[in-house]
Structure formats: C-alpha cells, structure tokens
Write a protein that binds this ligand. Structure first.
Ligand SMILES: Nc1ncnc2c1ncn2[C@@H]1O[C@H](COP(=O)(O)OP(=O)(O)O)[C@@H](O)[C@H]1O
Ligand SMILES: [Mg+2]
Length: 384
C-alpha cells in the first residue's frame, strides 16, 4: 500500500480530530437537557413491554431542538429493552421528506416488515390490505406492536392529506409518534382522524445559550484536537444560535464551519472571529442551495420578484405575474399556479407576503417582499 495516492496524500494541517460528531447524521450517546422529554416518551412507550399498544404521541418544537435525536434515542432504548424482555415490538423511523405519500410510507413499512411489495403500481387499497394483513399475524399467540415515528409529518399531511394517519390510527396494534416543526400542523387533520388520534403532546422548547454550550462542549471534545478552540468560540456559537431560536443544529454548523475556516487559513487554532465569518458563510450557502434546487419556473418567478425589487416597485401578485410572463417568454404557467410558487418561496424563507387592504370596496392585495440579500439572489440566478 506504500504507493497508494490516498494514504500518501498530504491532508495538510487541520484542527479536527474527527469531523463526524459534528455532522447532522451523528446520533450522540447522551442528550443533555432533553431528559424530561425522553422520559415522557418512555413513560408512554413502556406499555409496549406489557404487550399493550402505547398511546400516540405528538412532538412539537422548532428546528434544531433535538426532536429527531430524542425520538431515535428512545427508539434505540426501547428496542434494546424489548430484546431482553422477549416482546414482539418494532419501532420504525420514517422521514416524511423521503416518503411523502400514504402509499410510499405503507409500502416502505411493508418492505421493512419483510413483505415484498412494489413501490408503485398497486392501488392504495391493495397496499392498505397488505399492511393490515401483516399486522394481523400472530407469533406465539401475540400480535406485533408496531411503533411508527413519522418525522416531519407536516410535509406529508400538507401534500397527501390525513389518509395515512387514518389508516394507522385505526390499526389497533400500531402507535404513532408524530414529529412536527409547526404548532399548527393539526389544521391538516380532519375530524374523522382527530377523533381516533388520542395523542399525548410533548413540547421541545428552544435551547438557551448555556444549554447549547453544554451540547457543543460535549461534541467538540470528540471532534477537535486538544486546545485548538479559543475560549470565546463555544460561547459565541451558543449565543448566536440561542438568538436564532435555540437551534442546536445551527450551533453545530457554526462550530464546524469555524473549524473549516481555521483550516482554510492554515491556522492551528479556531478564533472567535472565524465564528462571525462562519455565520455569513452559512447564510450564503443556505440561500444559494435553495435557489439552485428550485424548479425552473419557480426560479423565473424569483427572477421577476428580483427585477421588481430592484425597480423599487411594490409587488402585488398581478404585477408579479406580468413581469414573470416577460421573463419566461411564452413558456409560462397559469396565474393560479403562481400562488403555489409564492407560498413555497415564503415557506423557504426567501420572500414574505403581507395582505393589505386597499380601502373600502377595493378588496385586499398580497404584497410580496424579498427576504434575503438582493445581490446574493442576483448572483445566484446569474450563475444558474
Ligand atoms: N440535547 C442534545 N444533546 C446533544 N446533541 C443534540 C441535542 N439536541 C440536539 N442535538 C443535535 O443537534 C442537531 C439537531 O437536532 P435534531 O434532533 O435534528 O433537531 P430537530 O429534529 O428538532 O430539528 C443534531 O445534530 C443533534 O444531534
Ligand atoms: Mg428533525
């Protein structure tokens, strides 16, 4: 192996010992400041060890408050306990950004439970029957208790309606743990499902700066070489992320990007200044990533918004549509479709809308505003 180019490649100097604990995928062994929430989940789930289907649970909280990490932690613990207890329990984690319809989720669950079903082509009825059939089977006189974690459930509800929850809540040996970033996601659930969803709610509050510092201290010990972090680095990351709604993911991103910047500068220490630079770099990347992955027509809508913003125009949806049509030169979508695009751009945080009244009898108008840096949007659109 002496001549292998990878083993011989000069990695340069780096402040990192192991970057993986800073990645979004990393599941820590401990979750400081989430004991209460994890204990609450466990108090409901413990029924499963007595062969009783647990209550449904709903977890709310803003991005980066540890919802996914806590649910996966509880999943691991329960599966471990079930193994020692010889109970027939399964806990399946489904991210509804990966499986966005009732059909896809049920097909995925059937697959994981060992039944070969097609990912498309069957009717919804066929997939539901197969799922019911699997859950009806008994092993040693007991049915399986299936706990399903539906992460980012708001995405699925908005796209596909509440059919999935209907199917799952009326299956007696299924318990659902729903996770949502939004408090009002239940507006997507109809009365038919609400009455069978007997859920307990658990709120994940934003982290305070001192709590974020505990989380970062633990992670940095695993990922940075000794004594490379200047003492103001973690307090700065924590304070900045506490201001951004107590988001642990953002705090970790700041810390890891500050480390990258130290490496870029060939510095063997991470300075507080790098955290400030990291903040700008992260914001920059976020907007660029979003714009780059928008569908073409939506990029044109954004281009029209940019043009009107640069002309200092007040942007109503009518005016936007006219400009959009010019931008797209004949290849355009209908006026009604524009409203979907406006909603999506608003959800992504790229624009905001504000309904104003034009005065008596003149109706109401939606005014659209760009919510990120004009120059950044222009550069990104130009580089497509
Ligand atoms: N209490 C905690 N202790 C350690 N790491 C945490 C804690 N809470 C969140 N994290 C980390 O912060 C990041 C975001 O957490 P995550 O569970 O994905 O948040 P959410 O699902 O609420 O958006 C993940 O990398 C996670 O490991
Ligand atoms: Mg999450």
């Amino acid at each position: 192996m002496k001549d292998n180019i990878f083993t011989n490649m000069d990695r340069g100097n780096t402040v990192f010992k192991d970057k993986s604990p800073l990645s979004h995928k990393f599941l820590p062994e401990q979750l400081p400041h989430r004991n209460d929430q994890i204990t609450m989940i466990a108090k409901f789930w413990i029924d499963a060890l007595d062969n009783v289907t647990p209550n449904d649970i709903t977890i709310y909280g803003k991005t980066g408050t540890g919802k996914t990490a806590a649910a996966k932690f509880a999943q691991k613990q329960l599966l471990e306990a079930a193994q020692n207890n010889n109970t027939y329990i399964n806990v399946e984690y489904i991210r509804c950004t990966d499986y966005t319809t009732e059909y896809q989720v049920l097909a995925q669950l059937c697959q994981r439970l060992g039944r070969d079903v097609p990912y498309r082509g069957w009717t919804k009825g066929e997939i539901i029957n197969t799922f019911d059939d699997i859950l009806d089977q008994e092993i040693n006189g007991h049915k399986l208790i299936l706990i399903i974690i539906l992460d980012e459930i708001d995405i699925l509800l908005e796209k596909d309606g509440d059919g999935l929850l209907y199917t799952l809540t009326r299956t007696e040996n299924v318990s659902v743990l729903s996770i949502s970033n939004y408090l009002d996601f239940k507006k997507f659930i109809g009365p038919r499902v609400m009455s069978s969803l007997r859920d307990k709610e658990i709120v994940f509050p934003p982290y305070r700066a001192d709590q974020l510092a505990d989380i970062l201290n633990e992670r940095s010990a695993m990922s940075f070489k000794e004594n490379v972090l200047k003492e103001d680095v973690i307090p700065l990351c924590s304070a900045m992320a506490a201001k951004e709604e107590g988001d642990a993911r953002y705090a970790l991103d700041l810390l890891s990007t500050a480390g990258d910047i130290a490496d870029d500068n060939e510095s063997n220490v991470v300075l507080g200044d790098y955290v400030i630079t990291a903040k700008n770099r992260i914001e920059h990347n976020k907007v660029t990533d979003i714009i780059n992955t928008l569908p073409t027509q939506q990029q044109r809508v954004l281009e029209a918004i940019l043009i009107l913003t640069q002309d200092n125009e007040e942007i109503s949806s009518g005016k936007l549509y006219d400009t959009y049509k010019k931008v797209s030169k004949g290849d355009s979508v209908t006026y009604r479709r524009i409203f979907d695009f406006i909603n999506e751009l608003e959800m992504l945080g790229i624009i905001s809308t504000n309904t104003i009244s034009r005065g008596r009898g003149k109706g109401r108008t939606n005014i659209i505003k760009l919510q990120c840096d004009e120059q950044l949007v222009e550069n990104t659109l130009n580089s497509l």
